[in-house]
Design a protein around this ligand. Structure first.
Ligand code: TYM
Length: 339
């Protein structure tokens, strides 16, 4: 858990982002989106659909357009309130790219090479895009552009957040205090939901299995089927032990995050019970959690023009912060003003 300014702290400006790639899943919801929604009453929140990040690997243009609009619909359906928060599309605010360049000249090759996400995604290949390598610098620009102090993310983003802090501190040291140094806000429960078929891996639409991933808009019958066929083990005991029982432990973590009950309480509840009963309960609570989101999504999806209007409004509000911030950065660096 982050220290001051971390999970649960008040007043800091909040920023977070999500990629418009693949079907968004219950890991995204429990690790991030749910906390974005909860943060709205206490903080000034800015949430971003990071379309620029998603082209670090090849994507089909029509699919990207569709996925961006569909993710916005999903986020509004999940409870992001355009009256309280700013939700916008990253590419609508070009200052993200401009600031990324300035930060590129602050970050080092060595620190980017250490990023485990890059190592995983590149698989050691040199033929990947420069953008994939540079991905964390654009991510740093996203947050520093708004001087956000708090970044609610899942566990897989921890290293990117540490790099972002290092970049901010280095820039501030070189040019004088410019950026708020952000803190990761990683929830104590639900920050790493695992794949139901390969429970040593995180749930992911790009790196995980289809059968082991619970998409947020998935039909309840399919959700039920996937949970009932989750990998477990043969000793029959419902006990949390990630090393010896990764499958059962993954299901316990999932249910704990969904129901807001601790794992020891769940272990006590299921003492002497079988995996079948346990899985039935997990499925019922997942389906119940997602039902309102799915219903709201169906309503909003009927009016894409309204979603686009909300996104335009979001971008206008984001620009009000981003434009003067980039001007301040340019001045600090010493660029001759254009006028
Ligand atoms: P993305 O789109 O992969 O995921 C969005 C959020 O979901 C969390 N998450 C998970 N949480 C729990 N269990 C899982 N299995 C799981 N999988 C994903 C992620 O941690 C994330 O919080 N690089 C980011 C997007 C980004 C960003 C930013 C985030 C771009 N700029 C600035 C914060 C601040 C990403 O690819 O998230």
């Amino acid at each position: 858990m982050a220290g001051a300014g971390g999970y649960g702290s008040r007043m800091a400006r909040v920023f977070s982002g999500i990629q418009p790639t693949g079907d968004k899943h219950i890991g995204n919801y429990l690790g991030a989106i749910r906390h974005w929604v909860d943060g709205q009453d206490e903080h000034e929140c800015i949430y971003c659909i990071v379309d620029l990040h998603s082209i670090t690997v090849p994507v089909d243009p029509a699919q990207l357009r569709q996925a961006t609009l569909s993710l916005a619909t999903l986020l509004f359906a999940a409870g992001i309130d355009p009256e309280k928060s700013i939700l916008f599309v990253q590419g609508h605010v070009p200052q993200h790219m401009e600031l990324a360049w300035y930060l590129n000249c602050t970050a080092t090759m060595g620190e980017l090479r250490r990023m485990t996400q890059f190592k995983d995604k590149s698989g050691g290949q040199e033929s990947v895009s420069v953008g994939l390598f540079d991905y964390p610098v654009l991510q740093a620009a996203d947050v520093l552009l708004y001087n956000a102090g708090r970044v609610p993310v899942g566990e897989d983003q921890r290293q990117h957040l540490e790099l972002m802090r290092d970049i901010a501190i280095r820039f501030n040291g070189r040019y004088g205090d410019t950026f708020v140094v952000p803190e990761a806000s990683i929830p104590p429960v639900g920050a790493r939901i695992v794949d139901l078929q390969e429970p040593t891996k995180k749930m992911s639409t790009t790196g995980g299995t289809e059968q082991g991933t619970l998409a947020l808009l998935e039909d309840p019958k399919r959700l039920q089927k996937k949970i009932m066929s989750a990998v477990t083990d043969s000793d029959g005991e419902i006990r949390y032990d990630v090393e010896a029982k990764p499958g059962v432990s993954g299901l316990l973590s999932l249910q704990s995050a969904v129901e807001g009950i601790t794992i020891p309480e769940l272990e006590a509840r299921y003492q002497g019970k079988g995996y079948g009963d346990f899985k039935q309960d997990v499925a019922a609570s997942v389906i119940e959690l997602l039902a309102p989101l799915q219903a709201r999504h169906a309503e909003l999806a009927a009016d894409p023009a309204e979603v686009e209007r909300l996104l335009r409004r979001g971008a206008e509000r984001a620009l009000e912060i981003a434009v003067p911030q980039v001007e301040a950065v340019r001045e600090r660096i010493g660029f001759l003003p254009a006028v």
